[in-house]
Structures are given as C-alpha cells and as structure tokens.
Design a protein around this ligand. Structure first.
Ligand SMILES: NC(=O)c1ccc[n+]([C@@H]2O[C@H](COP(=O)([O-])OP(=O)(O)OC[C@H]3O[C@@H](n4cnc5c(N)ncnc54)[C@H](O)[C@@H]3O)[C@@H](O)[C@H]2O)c1
Ligand SMILES: [Zn+2]
Length: 354
C-alpha cells in the first residue's frame, strides 16, 4: 500500500516471507547501492544474515552495524557512534539507512538517516508488533536524554517500510502483547469495527494478523497525514492513553512496565475521565478494559505503586491553564477528540482508581 507522507509518500509492504526479498524492494525503489543496516544484538543474531544476503544478491553493498539491545542504547552518543562507523565504511549522501529491529532501532536509525549528510533515505524493517503498527509509520525519529524520552529528534519520513509478519514468531509473548495496547488504542479512537474484530480474536489466525497490521498502518497514517508535523492537533489523537501512560512508565523508572503496558493503564484512566467529561457509557468503558485484559495487558496498578509520582510528573510536564489541560477523550468506541475541560482533579481521581 502507498502511504501519504513526506514529499511523495512511501510504500508499505506487509506480508510473510519478505526478509529474503528486502534487497530487491530496496534496490528497485531507491536506486542506490550502498547502505548501513542498523540492528540490535538480539535481532541481528536472528535475521541480519538473511537480510544482508538479500541485499548482496542484488548487488547492493550493505554495512552491518549492531548496537546493544534495549532502550538504553537510544542515546545521542550511540547515534554519533553509528555515524562514525558509517563514515569509516565510506557511506555518503548517496547511501541509505536500513533499520532492522523494533521501535528502539527504528527511532535511532531514523534519526541517523535524518542527520547523516543532512538527510539520506531510511528503509524500515520493523521486527516487533509495536514497530509494525506504530513506530515505523509517521516519521518521528529521535533519541532519549537523561531528562526524558525522545527529547532530541527530527521528522524524517521513511522511504519504504517492509513488515515481514513471520519475524513475529520469535518475539517474546510480553513484547507481542504490548503491541496490542497501541492496536486497541487505534480501535478506540478511530475504528469501532476493528474493536469488534478484536473481541473475538483468535491468536493462531496468521492471515488475520496480517490484515490487522495493515489496517492499523492505515489508521495511523491517515491521522498522521492530516498533521504530519504534529501542529494542528489532529495527530494528538494518537496520544490517547499516553498522558497518564507516559507518567506511569516514568514512575516505574522505565523498568516496571513496557511502553504498551503503561499505555494500557493510561487507556483505562483515560476511559474513566471520558465517562465523566465526554459521556462515554460505562458499558463501553468495561468493554475496553476487558479487551486489554484479553491481551494480557495490565488494567490495575498494584496497591503500593507510587501513584504520587505519576501525578507529580503530569503536573510538572503538562501545562494546566486555569487548572485545565487538553486531554484526549473518547465519547464512544471509534471516536476521540481533544477536550479542554479536563482538570487535574479528574486525573488524580482516575489514577487513584487504577
Ligand atoms: N517513532 C514513533 O512514532 C514511536 C512510536 C511508539 C514507540 N516508539 C519507540 O519505540 C521504542 C519501543 O519499541 P519496541 O517495543 O519495538 O522495543 P525494542 O525495539 O526495544 O524491542 C523490544 C525487544 O524485542 C527484541 N526484538 C525485536 N524484534 C524481535 C524479534 N522479531 N524476535 C525476538 N526479539 C525481538 C529487541 O531486541 C528488544 O529486546 C521506544 O523507544 C519508543 O520510544 C516510537
Ligand atoms: Zn505509544
């Protein structure tokens, strides 16, 4: 499928058995010869040889650069080290960057692609469910700093995205499930039909998973296309569940919860607020919570979790004008908007109920 975005838009391919063909796709689409394949230690071990071979078999010349797995690698100094290796390998402004990995690799290598020789093309080969349905689409790239996540970055739309659904077979269950938090978010804010599909989801249905990934890419890219640079407020709908979710991630020192798990909790709290401020019916809130549970996602915080830290992070990070904040709410499953009548007390109540 063709995605709107960047100058000309970009193709996204979702299918099985694609890893052995990525070289052909990249060669045809980019018409360039040299590239850096950037991956992490886990993913490189599993897939780099196949990807490399698919490039060399069509006379492309890839340089493999591997960084340690995990969010701790998503730093400015690591991005600099990658650039240095690319320079040493003789890559120039006619080269391109390939990210082979989850969202961590997609974000840091997209950032490298944005700054290397003032910007070279970026091919995404997402290998986690979260990266396929969310982070590989939309062109947000960046790294973390001590002060917070994704504080340094650039908008740089990919030139090509290739999602091989087969690679998800090696993904640990918890990592797989966290992808469903973003999928359920997409359903709640934009697609009631997909929400119904998810309620009867069969884990073993591979073609259905492929269709689901495509549909989520469509939903995200349609929202992004209306507001590529996050300026008009349209793209902010994708932040449903994220104001409180991010604060929960941070309160757990980024160790207690994976991103999608924290977002699951953030969605539950946003539903409580939506009942009060946007008229979300209680039975729809319960359906959303049930669905998150179905995918093994957390919907309650343990009693001793430091809730105060969640609230102080939100108070510190967000602008409360006249005691109110712009907050994404859902009036019913399949719809969302930015409300301006949500107060800090509403947030406090919702977090206390978690
Ligand atoms: N740019 C965006 O719009 C956007 C959106 C959402 C999230 N993000 C970013 O995405 C990152 C999270 O992404 P993630 O959840 O994919 O994490 P990740 O990239 O850290 O991957 C999670 C773990 O799974 C392993 N892994 C990846 N693919 C595998 C596979 N096929 N088989 C076995 N193991 C595999 C990785 O090595 C890692 O240990 C965060 O940095 C977040 O900020 C960006
Ligand atoms: Zn998210």
């Amino acid at each position: 499928m063709q995605i709107r975005g960047g100058v000309h838009g970009y193709p996204v391919v979702v299918a099985t058995g694609l890893l052995d063909q990525v070289g052909t796709y990249a060669g045809k689409h980019l018409g360039r010869e040299t590239c850096a394949i950037i991956s992490d230690t886990n993913v490189a071990l599993l897939f780099a040889a196949r990807v490399r071979k698919s490039f060399t078999s069509v006379a492309l010349r890839p340089t493999l650069i591997t960084i340690p797995e995990g969010e701790k690698s998503k730093t400015l100094s690591q991005a600099g080290a990658i650039c240095d290796q690319m320079i040493t390998a003789g890559l120039d402004r006619h080269s391109f960057v390939v990210s082979l990995g989850g969202g961590m690799i997609g974000d840091i290598s997209g950032f490298v692609a944005a700054i290397y020789h003032r910007g070279i093309p970026h091919v995404q080969i997402p290998t986690t469910l979260l990266a396929m349905v969310d982070s590989s689409i939309g062109g947000k790239t960046g790294v973390d700093t001590r002060a917070g996540k994704n504080l340094i970055g650039a908008f740089h739309q990919p030139s090509l995205v290739i999602a091989d659904v087969d690679v998800l077979k090696t993904l640990p269950r918890r990592e797989f499930n966290q992808g469903f938090a973003e999928i359920i978010k997409h359903a709640v804010i934009a697609n009631a039909k997909m929400f119904r599909t998810l309620r009867t989801w069969e884990a073993s249905d591979a073609p259905a998973l492929q269709r689901l990934i495509k549909r989520n890419i469509e939903i995200k890219s349609r929202i992004v296309a209306k507001d590529e640079r996050d300026r008009t407020g349209e793209r902010a709908l994708l932040n449903f569940g994220h104001t409180i979710g991010h604060a929960i991630e941070r309160a757990g020192n980024y160790r207690t919860f994976l991103h999608g798990e924290a977002i699951s909790l953030g969605i539950v709290a946003a539903c409580t607020i939506s009942m009060k401020r946007a008229g979300l019916p209680a039975d729809q809130r319960d359906m959303i919570v049930d669905l998150l549970c179905r995918f093994g996602l957390p919907t309650r915080l343990r009693p001793k979790f430091p809730r105060k830290r969640i609230l102080s992070t939100i108070k510190f990070d967000k602008k409360f004008e006249g005691g109110k904040i712009r907050f994404i709410v859902t009036p019913r499953i399949g719809a969302a908007y930015a409300a301006d009548n949500v107060t800090f007390d509403d947030i406090r109540e919702a977090v206390e109920q978690l």
